[in-house]
Design a protein around this ligand. Structure first.
Ligand SMILES: Cc1cc2nc3c(=O)[nH]c(=O)nc-3n(C[C@H](O)[C@H](O)[C@H](O)COP(=O)(O)OP(=O)(O)OC[C@H]3O[C@@H](n4cnc5c(N)ncnc54)[C@H](O)[C@@H]3O)c2cc1C
Length: 488
């Protein structure tokens, strides 16, 4: 350790999302006041891509929504301790407990309509769903026939569908039903085009077992709970790092430059900004810049890995609470590849559902991915409402009127310079080795460490992956200084 023995080593964590907060908490527990730890956050709130909000008297999640598997999940553990699993845990401040998104779990009573309004034949739907599930199970179990030609999830799914069609025939409705499942897969993985999603890497992806749940108290309770356990003053909001200088000679090896011209010296920086922000930095498009440049292995990994865009669109049905004539169904939409209804805009055609945020709610939700999400971020409210109305008209069933949208709220993760996208994926041409390369420290003295969801080889794209990556990098420092056993 040399020089740094004379004073407390200084650690600056860049970003107060799940990874940054988990790292700060772990360092606090394991090193106490033996380290000087600060978290600098560009935004005016903590949580990053976890952001609970309110819309039309309902609690909605603009970012992370589900705990994907509760058994063994560190996020579930924190949520439980934070009281986020129980409604009305905001304390005695009189704050209203709103109904929350998917408070009734994942709905099983979907109404699947084909473009034009015809209900899809349940037997056809069952066949296509079974086919899709079978193909997915082959991907995740790695039991794919060795075919070196097929490298993407998109190509594999399509070849499975083509084989099915060759054996069974079928019309455009089968194609539309299969495409609807592909849209769901795009949502889950954040890829614009499933042909860019690496097939082999999917086998490595892991989920925790058990139920998938949403949080009655709001997802933001999780980062809030972790932040509350840090010493006062640890987190500094509104501090945007533009450049990280490293390999400096002198007392400190790292210097952080902020947007406002200020600087801060440190011995270590734990960088937790999104892969989108890192990509922008190396492409000269803003983001976070390193000088000297990061090593080639790190730069290559940043370039090759995928960072996708997923946005959520919340819509209120005119009339508000209690005035909706009949509950809006959990509507799944099978679009006609021949574009039956011309008025439906292109940016609706790869969205698989519009559904109430819980059964009977007057707030609807649709998810958008890739190009369509980028378009949703650009359009004005009136154009979106017009496009959604045209879509609903195109799916109008004999069951009747779907109602009118009066107002909306959407996320814009792509345009926000603090994120520049939603979550990472393994693109064709990259592999889990790139995620490991992203996680590797850049030098033996651990001047710059990397955490964040994109650095976790098997649990990327999730809040728990982000959390675990923060703990990993904190432990790396704890081990470096030999602090094990301090707090616990
Ligand atoms: C729409 C959507 C839905 C999702 N759904 C789920 C889900 O259901 N379940 C799930 O597990 N996960 C979900 N995720 C993914 C999950 O939210 C993320 O994987 C996780 O929150 C990422 O945490 P992180 O700490 O790695 O990054 P972030 O949350 O991005 O944190 C990084 C922080 O760095 C800050 N920052 C950026 N640039 C700078 C800078 N230059 N200087 C200082 N600070 C900076 C940012 O403001 C941010 O607060 C979803 C994400 C989105 C967008």
């Amino acid at each position: 350790m040399g020089e740094v023995d004379r004073r407390k080593p200084k650690v600056v964590i860049v970003g107060a999302g799940m990874a940054g907060l988990a790292a700060a908490r772990r360092l606090h527990v394991c090193a106490g006041d033996l380290l000087d730890v600060v978290v600098v956050e560009a935004g005016d709130r903590i949580g990053g891509r976890i952001f609970t909000s309110e819309f039309a008297s309902a609690r909605v999640e603009m970012g992370a929504t589900w705990i994907h598997g509760i058994e063994g999940s560190p996020i579930y553990d924190v949520a439980r301790k934070a009281g986020a699993l129980i409604p009305n845990q905001r304390g005695d401040d009189g704050e209203t407990q709103f109904p929350w998104e998917r408070m009734d779990g994942f709905p099983s009573d979907a109404l699947t309509l084909a473009e034009g309004g015809q209900a899809l034949d349940p037997a056809l739907l069952r066949r296509i769903s079974a086919l899709f599930s079978h193909l997915k199970s082959l991907i995740v179990s790695g039991e794919i026939a060795a075919d070196k030609e097929i490298v993407s999830v998109g190509a594999f799914l399509r070849s499975g569908f083509e084989s099915y069609r060759a054996a069974n025939g079928g019309d455009w409705m089968e194609e539309a039903a299969f495409a609807m499942h592909e849209c769901g897969e795009r949502e889950y993985t954040a890829v614009d085009d499933l042909y860019t999603l690496d097939l082999a890497a999917e086998e490595e992806y892991m989920e925790f077992p058990g139920e998938h749940i949403t949080l009655p108290g709001g997802y933001s309770r999780v980062p809030e709970f972790i932040a509350a356990a840090l010493p006062p003053g640890t987190i500094r909001l509104g501090r945007s790092v533009s450049r990280v200088e490293w390999r400096l000679s002198g007392d400190h090896g790292v210097k952080l430059h902020f947007d406002n011209g200020e600087v801060e010296l440190a011995d270590h920086a734990i960088v937790t900004v999104s892969l989108g922000v890192l990509k922008a930095g190396i492409n000269g498009a803003g983001g976070l810049v390193f000088s000297p440049f990061l090593p080639e292995a790190k730069r290559g990994a940043i370039e090759r890995l995928g960072f996708g865009l997923v946005d959520k669109l919340f819509m209120e049905i005119e009339g508000g609470i209690g005035k909706v004539k009949s509950p809006f169904p959990f509507l799944r939409m099978a679009f006609d590849p021949g574009r039956h209804v011309a008025e439906i805009p292109w940016w609706m055609r790869r969205t698989d559902s519009i559904c109430p945020i819980y059964g009977g709610s007057h707030v609807l939700l649709a998810w958008f991915v890739g190009r369509e999400a980028a378009e949703i971020e650009k359009l004005n409210d009136d154009d979106i409402i017009h496009g959604v109305h045209a879509t609903l008209a195109g799916f109008k069933s004999p069951a009747g009127d779907f109602g009118r949208i009066s107002k909306l709220r959407r996320s814009s993760w792509g345009r926000n310079p603090r994120f520049l996208g939603s979550y990472s994926y393994v693109a064709v041409g990259s592999s889990g080795d790139d995620q490991d390369a992203l996680a590797d420290p850049v030098d033996a003295s651990l001047q710059i460490l990397f955490a964040g969801e994109a650095t976790h080889r098997t649990r990327y794209a999730t809040t728990h992956g982000a959390y675990l990556s923060g703990v990993r990098e904190a432990d790396r420092l704890v081990q470096y200084y030999g602090f094990q056993g301090y707090g616990s």
